[in-house]
Design a protein around this ligand. Sequence first.
Ligand code: AMP
Ligand code: MN
Ligand code: MN
Ligand code: MN
Length: 280
Amino acid sequence: MARGADLHLHSSYSDGTFTPREVVAQAARQQVSPIALTDHDTVAGIPEALQAGVEMSVEVIPGVELSAHEEGHDIHIIGYFIEWEAPKLQRSLDALAERRLKRVNEIVKRLTDLGCPICLEDVQAVAGHGTISRRHVARVLVSQGYARSISKAFDFYLAPGKPAHVDPVGFSSLDAIDLIGHAQGISALAHPMRSKALSMLPHLVNQGIKGLEVYHPSHTTEDIFILAKYAHQHNLIITGGSDSHGEGTGGSRIGNITLPQKYADDIKKCGEHIRKTSRK
Ligand code: AMP
Ligand code: MN
Ligand code: MN
Ligand code: MN
């Protein structure tokens, strides 16, 4: 019997340290099911996670966490039950990957000017098959002795307002929500208490967002209460998870925050409904 669901997890296909198979194995050990693999801006880890899920009896929901910008806010929009092979989704993610690479190249140039001469190839090697991000730049800064820790690399160089910061790339919120909708998925606003994202919610609801991440390690008991009330008022699906990035990342672990099974069942029902109605 599962302890609950964890619907926000990262693997080595974005900035997590575990492979999708290792993520599933951890979930099995923690008796967490279903889980959703929600890598940043990529769906490439999903087939491996689904296969491992079958082998280890963990229900795996195909997901993605899309980067979006709207009215000066950087927000993350999660898609659950996405048809990850949908050509439009794949094309859009490929185009975003190119823009991410250009951005990281710009960050590397700035770091070189600041006396930290790292090279793009080293960052690409750390990112491997994953979505390249500032986190990988931070890892290279640490491994080459230019920063004492990942968080110090952000504090000194990479965070907004710091000298090597370059504006993030991503979709507009409407494009992110529509992309998930086209792929028959359920969209939800991730960690709404971060970067004043909650203030965007009425706008996102108008744009068709379907859910709200109520359970997240950054949320207090009071946050959960406020967000659950908001979700009920606006008829949004309640979702949540640990946002785990794996080992040695300083963040939450798999299964640390679980979504009550009732809400996981609601999301599954909604996913089934979307698929049934789209087949007609
Ligand atoms: P990017 O998508 O390139 O902007 O990189 C964002 C990623 O960097 C996030 O998904 C986090 O994993 C990581 N990150 C952002 N800010 C911090 C921070 N202050 N400390 C550690 N990691 C961070
Ligand atoms: Mn991340
Ligand atoms: Mn996020
Ligand atoms: Mn995340």
